[in-house]
Design a protein around this ligand. Sequence first.
Ligand SMILES: [Zn+2]
Ligand SMILES: [Zn+2]
Length: 427
Amino acid sequence: MENFENNSSSENRQMKQHFQRFTEQLSEWYSSGKTPELASEDTRFALELQKQKLKSLGLDMQVQIQDSEESSGGAAAIHYTDNVFVNSICCNNKQITTSIRSSQKELYSRTAPCVLTTIMQNPKQGGIPSPDTAMCCPHCGAPSTLGRLESGCEFCNTKFLMDELYPKVMHFFISDHGDARYDTNTLKKHIVRCSIFFMVISIVIIIINMCRGQLEHNSLLYELAVRSVASIIPGVMIGSVSWFISNLAGSFRLLGKYSRGASKTGRSLMFCHKMKELDPTFSAEYFRDKSLSLMKLMVFSQNPQELTICRCGRPIPEKLREIVDIRCQNSGINSYSIREGVCDVSVTFYTDSLYFRGGKIFPKSDKICMSLRKVITKPTDLGFSAMAVICPSCGASFDAEKVKDCPFCGKAYPLEENEWIVTDISI
Ligand SMILES: [Zn+2]
Ligand SMILES: [Zn+2]
């Protein structure tokens, strides 16, 4: 038992170190373009799509992640597993500065307390994933398998140890805490402003009295001094109250932000319960992380219709083109149906996005609705990535993110048997 405790605490420490390293790698990606080593191939793909989109609009985005006062250092870990892998959810408070420039001109900059969440994948303790597990070479990105990467990538010859292939950051999310903060600087400002306001009123009253001749010239200075001092008292009182009210409004705004989507909790729970009956490895966290990552792909891709995961019949809303950064506050299930081993589900995401329109960047809160479909006859495979799949007909590995048919035998790859695909998106 003691041994187990020691193990789990050292695992936790390792997880925290990986989390911290990924934080640094992510900042570096935005500043120098260096690929974050810990990021999975799918995470890299989403980052790359966003970068291409920003570039096509002539924009450059920087994200600086710093420890905030509230960083507990304790990256809380929750896990979900399938037969082979365990995904750990690690998050921590961070101070994140997001700035967007277009050719030397700063269009947007904001520093806010945020929560950074990463989902890290490791093989289950004591378990070794099959050498046939499809995986991209972390060095050159070529689709391959775990076994082949361990004996040396066919394309770049790099050999990998298991320790170098895991953990992988499968997804990462940033959610904004908003502006509601009780800081003393704003309090001081409120008090000074209110005091000045009352002082001005006092002076106006003195001048009016003087003009009416109700005031002797020799008592003018005395009157001025008394009233100036006196105006500080209501200044402090009303200043504090107005500070309190503005903070309260901020808190309410934040509360409103977090409660978006709360009405969908019941249906979300029902959906997860039903799915768990059919697939015991299914978890609510897995579905939330997966759907959110697919939504990011749809938003960041310049041509979502070209993505293999996109099977939308209707045109993609033009509005999505204007979104350059997206943070999700919450998501929930609208409706779902399970028929003959095929699950159709509609999800709403409550998001805070940055839009680029008319040469300006502005923030906006949205509701994005997305329909997803998957064949659910196979259990959840946490190791699955469309970037490296194995053709069921000929056994060749290829990147199904870019082509729908196997380039070796020409058979269509049945993506929805392994992955959720997007059948509709609206905003
Ligand atoms: Zn390689
Ligand atoms: Zn094939």
